[in-house]
Design a protein around this ligand. Sequence first.
Ligand code: NIG
Ligand code: FE
Length: 406
Amino acid sequence: MSILIKNIKGLVQTRDSAHRMIKGSDMKTLPMIENVYLLIESGKIKSYGTMSESPDRAAEVIDASGRYVLPCWCDPHSHIVYAGSREGEFVDKINGLSYEEIAKRGGGIVNSSKRLNETGESALYDAAWQRLEEMKAFGTGAVEIKSGYGLSYDGELKMLRVIRRLKETSDLSIRATFLGAHAYPPAFKEDHEGYIELLIHKLLPQIAHEGLADYIDVFCDRGFFSADETSRILEAGARFGLRPKIHANELDFSRGVETGVNHNALSVDHLEFTGDDQIKSLLASETMPTLLPSTAFFLGLHYAPARKMIDAGLPIALATDYNPGSSPSGNMQFILSLACIKMKMLPEEAINAATINAAYAMGVESELGSIRVGNKANVFITKAIPSLTYMPYSFANNLVERVVIG
Ligand code: NIG
Ligand code: FE
């Protein structure tokens, strides 16, 4: 099966394999070639070039006049396997309660955990499948999905098995992350040691045995897991070959960033609390700082200092954090708008952050996140728009006309 997309106004993010991520001042450069074709064959990018060199035949020919073609967004941080929703807490927040206060009352993650443990695998799968389809319609072609609402032996395994089934059945590329250390469940509130034992000695061996996870995550923050607890859990994960991608510095200077870097994390995510020490630690690492501006938007937190981080020479990736408590949306286009409007990232920087850098942050940069011969065919065609800048500018509108995967 071959697909020829012709008369493309701009083919965006054409890179060779030397580029695994883009950092610092390079982030404002976004390669684009004009008036081109893109040929897809057997699910891969076969070739691209100027229209004068275009092949004229393919099983399907799409005319993209006036339209841009981009690699699909990668969304390297989500929690889309969940049961029910939490709009009651949304109103609590309007009435003045904070995310932490809601969590302390047994709401928040623990609320979702209760519901998840009462819901069957197939209902969870169906709901997550719908969310994936929604995300795809906004241009997302790869998603990292976390466990972390089970908070029990059976619940965590159930979530990871749902993610495995999504991997097997969806055309999106999916990576699975074990986030048993998302919160202490009520039964272990006074027995942190007991819960950590369960994670390390019962869950991790079983997860490794079934090959259910690609990465390990811990919510390293005030009121959740301390830096020392995080270190112990990450060390155990490493023994089973799981590289960390952790929640860090969302609610405080939690030492999550430094702990992640010390354990060679692929990414550290959130980073609303980032100062000079965290930037210094990240600069000396291969860890991708991943920012989740819709969480700051939804919870009314201050935004991570993206501008300062890029100006210091760091790369940035962007993700939705799609979850029922702090970001009930999987729309990556809105994330780009927030990155530009609220964090002062340039449109080119935001697009680099949501494609090639986001691919790095979920370990798929060798086949996704850029336009490169041999990469997986995982691209979208925009609607007819005046410029690429129009995308983040025209916020909350869906400017993706068609997604081509495989
Ligand atoms: O990334 N911060 C921790 N975990 C999620 C929120 C999960 C929830 O509230 O259900 C987050 O924001
Ligand atoms: Fe999260």
